[in-house]
Design a protein around this ligand. Structure first.
Ligand code: ADP
Ligand code: MG
Length: 635
């Protein structure tokens, strides 16, 4: 029976008017595009009938870039112009590149700007441009298959991507002419693919081991809503590392000490990879490699040998598994399902060991290579407005705490790690010096107590603050993280209404600091950090007292003090200053107390001399508010 449907303007969707939206898994190794067709999410095949293309781009001196399998074929013969694993460099700076294994495989131009570029026959290409070429190819596959222009795409990123890496992904999409409906964490997409929102409430673990990245996430489902409880992982661990380990083993077997060139190494890696993949379904795999007359070898590898080669690499994933459980406060027995994602989870040893770790059989029903793209497609369908009554709601978390530098080089965390996004958090700060009219804001990311141990994201200034006594201004700093994990920080001085804000497109480059490493460091240094923080806070307090007394002495010291009294106070100030040079927290504390006691008469006289008026607007709570660096103090 045909029924007339009444819907909101712009919401009416006859089947043939479906808005074409896709999900894209832009992988380090392989990339896929999927879309919901006739109600079911389907991975789209290209003209060569491939549902997955290698994330490889070949640049020649003339002609268009070649993407995918055809590009891959050039890897051995023309390695420098065949760019793979570009995702590892998304949002990274020159330092990260020099420290990465990619530096051994490619030539880079570090001079052309803050973003390093691959040197290719077609000119310099950044990781963003390489990714854009891959995205363009997927877009055209989708548009040909679906028969129309896309309204947008959901693109997945590893849960561990930081702001710079997410922004780089968006930039690549823009270059490819793709409207990004949403960036989605890969594990969250996998959960969507499994339809876990329709299942029983509970906690599931998503274990994703791909070619170049490892992610472990704990998701909580409740009444059809997902929440990412915790994520951890390693941005430099995956099947590529298995390949390298097998290639090294092959070299040992061959008895050859060095390979003639990069092309030969690549051939060796291709062999290693195909052996690895064969051993996922067979007990043994024969091999034969011919790299010239003196470089011929053949043999056979048994799965037990393979397992022992990769065992140590696999084990590197377990600390992250323990960490998410700890972070979320979840026992293994509370994890109701463990989902396998990523091509490398086809390795039987991996499935077995992950199962042993979580003490249950892992889920592999949906093809681990497709599951992320499928989930992204389902989400894209919802976001494009094709399912107006869907209540699928996704919540992600930020992987590292976001905060602000305060006096003494300390970090005030505003948004703690693993907070679900989108989120807005405000905190009030105040001025440090009398008459201070500008405030420097330094946005940092990380778990450590000191700014020096965290990652700097951005700096900006709030100017034209009305000149008041120290502590009298109220400056509200607002941190907003949108659904894509991108951060905007704004500062508002409440009396005058002056504002300043910054979209954090952070300075490119995590100093090859994998997030895991940062987290580990924060745990290792926890007690030491507490002491450092106590010292730094004591120093801030000491400097503040010096500052306050100096400004009072300047203003009316002569009026209220005899020269004897004055020199007594000066001596106490000098001794406080001296203790501030040292690193003994108790000494500073003592000197502050002495100075406060020694100057109490002076303070009292000032009060009596109707200076009360000046202090009237200043409540105790304001004095206790956190102090932010004054620009004048810094230089
Ligand atoms: P990414 O998300 O990093 O693009 P994928 O999820 O596509 O990675 O996984 C790619 C990795 O999976 C590669 O290292 C590839 O060799 C590996 N892989 C694919 N199939 C198999 C298999 N049958 N056995 C073992 N590893 C496999
Ligand atoms: Mg992947």
């Amino acid at each position: 029976m045909a029924l007339l449907q009444i819907s909101e303007p712009g919401q009416s969707q006859a089947p043939h008017q479906r808005r074409l939206a896709v999900g894209i898994d832009l992988g380090t190794t392989n990339s896929l595009v999927a879309s919901v067709i006739s109600g079911s999410a389907t991975v789209l095949k290209n003209e060569q009938h491939e549902w997955s293309i290698p994330s490889v781009v070949y640049y020649s001196a003339s002609g268009e870039p070649v993407v995918g399998s055809s590009a891959q074929e050039n890897a051995a013969s023309d390695p420098f112009n065949t760019i793979r694993s570009a995702k590892r460099l998304m949002g990274k700076g020159s330092d990260d590149v020099s420290n990465s294994w990619l530096a051994e495989h490619y030539e880079f131009d570090f001079d052309s700007g803050s973003i390093p570029a691959f040197k290719t026959a077609a000119g310099n290409r950044t990781a963003i441009e390489v990714s854009a070429n891959i995205l363009s190819t997927l877009r055209s596959t989708a548009e040909k298959t679906l028969g129309g222009e896309l309204v947008g795409a959901v693109i997945t990123v590893p849960a561990y991507f930081d702001d710079a890496q997410r922004q780089a992904t968006k930039d690549a999409a823009a270059l490819a002419g793709i409207h990004v409906l949403r960036l989605l964490n890969e594990p969250t997409a996998a959960a969507v693919a499994y339809g876990l929102d329709n299942g029983n409430d509970g906690v599931v673990a998503i274990y994703d081991l791909g070619g170049g990245t490892f992610d472990i996430s704990l998701l909580k489902m409740q009444r059809g809503v997902f929440e990412v409880l915790a994520t951890a992982g390693n941005t430099a661990l995956g099947g590529d590392d298995f390949d390298n380990a097998v290639a090294d083993w092959l070299m040992e077997q061959s008895g050859v000490s060095a390979l003639p060139d990069q092309g030969a190494r690549r051939q060796l890696l291709r062999l290693a990879r195909s052996l690895k993949e064969t051993l996922s379904s067979q007990q043994t795999a024969p091999y034969e490699l011919n790299l010239g007359e003196s470089l011929m070898f053949r043999g056979e590898i048994h799965v037990d040998t393979f397992n022992s080669i990769i065992e140590a690499l696999f084990k590197k994933t377990l600390p992250s598994c323990r960490q998410v459980l700890r972070d979320a406060g979840i026992a293994k027995s509370d994890v109701q399902a463990v989902v396998m994602v990523g091509g490398s989870t086809r390795v039987p040893l991996v499935r077995e060991r992950v199962g042993e770790f979580f003490e249950q059989t892992v889920l592999t029903d949906i093809d681990p290579d497709q599951v992320v793209a499928v989930g992204a497609a389902i989400q894209a369908d919802v976001l494009a407005g094709n399912k107006p009554d869907s209540d699928l709601l996704l919540l992600d978390v930020i992987p590292l705490s976001l905060g602000l530098e305060t006096m003494g080089g300390l970090v005030e965390k505003i948004v703690p790690r693993n907070t679900t996004i989108p989120i807005a958090r405000a905190q009030e700060f105040t001025t440090y010096k009398d008459g201070q009219t500008a405030m420097a804001l330094h946005v940092v990311q990380g778990e450590r107590e000191l700014v020096a141990d965290c990652r700097s994201l951005a700096r900006f200034e709030l100017r034209d603050i009305p000149a008041r006594t120290a502590g009298a201004c109220r400056i509200q700093v607002l941190f907003q993280v949108d659904a894509d994990g991108l951060l905007t920080v704004s500062a508002l001085e409440k009396e005058s209404g002056v504002v300043a804000s910054i979209d954090v497109k952070p300075s490119y480059g995590l100093s090859d600091g994998e997030i895991e490493e940062m987290l580990r460091a924060s745990m290792e240094h926890a007690s030491e950090d507490v002491q450092k923080r106590a010292l730094a806070e004591q120093k801030v307090e000491g400097s503040r007292v010096v500052e306050a007394i100096a400004s009072a002495l300047d203003a009316d010291g002569d009026q209220h003090l005899s020269s004897e009294e004055r020199s007594e106070i000066d001596a106490l100030v000098a001794s406080l200053k001296q203790s501030l040079e040292g690193d003994v927290s108790d000494n500073i504390k003592l000197a502050v107390e002495k100075l406060e006691a020694g100057s109490s008469v002076f303070v009292e006289r000032r009060m009596n001399a109707s200076v009360k008026e000046l202090m009237a607007g200043q409540e105790l709570s304001e004095l206790e508010r956190k102090l932010v660096t004054d620009t004048n103090v810094e230089d």
